[in-house]
Design a protein around this ligand. Structure first.
Ligand code: THU
Length: 130
């Protein structure tokens, strides 16, 4: 299955009783394996998790730690960008050149690189003193 088909399918399983906003995410790891995630909300709102976080957790659980490509889909008037926290979560496993495609259920899509979505990212080098 393509990333689009995978993300579109997993989105249907999103648990969103509070926002009613279903999001699906699919990650292709450099191994070639594809991992899926959907948003999972909670009555204690901050405990909810984004689709990207679910896909990342599935990837790591599956034994992969390097992202090759990401696709996120939602029923939105325009392609929905990953939230700030998810950009940092993705950056942990994605190089700056990795393509992140934001799609809508009605067929729009926008692709940006990881670096375009999170310029000047905090990384381990910022914890070192020269
Ligand atoms: N959400 C995601 O799953 N990913 C995004 O990139 C944007 C927002 C979810 C979180 C929450 O369940 C709902 O969308 C509304 O914010």
């Amino acid at each position: 299955m393509s990333l689009l088909e995978t993300a579109r399918a997993v989105r249907e399983n999103a648990y969103v009783p509070y926002s009613r906003f279903k999001v699906g995410a699919a990650i292709r790891a450099t191994s070639g394996a594809v991992y899926a995630g959907c948003n999972v909300e909670n009555v204690a709102y901050p405990q909810g998790t984004c689709a990207e976080a679910g896909a990342i957790a599935a990837m790591v659980a599956g034994g992969d730690t390097e992202i090759a490509e990401v696709l996120v889909i939602a029923d939105s008037p325009e392609p929905v960008p990953p939230c700030g926290g998810c950009r940092q979560k993705l950056r942990e496993f994605a190089k700056g050149s990795v393509a992140i495609t934001m799609a809508t259920t009605d067929g729009q899509s926008l692709t940006l690189t990881m670096d375009q979505l999170l310029p000047g990212a905090f990384d381990a080098s910022h914890m070192e003193r020269a």
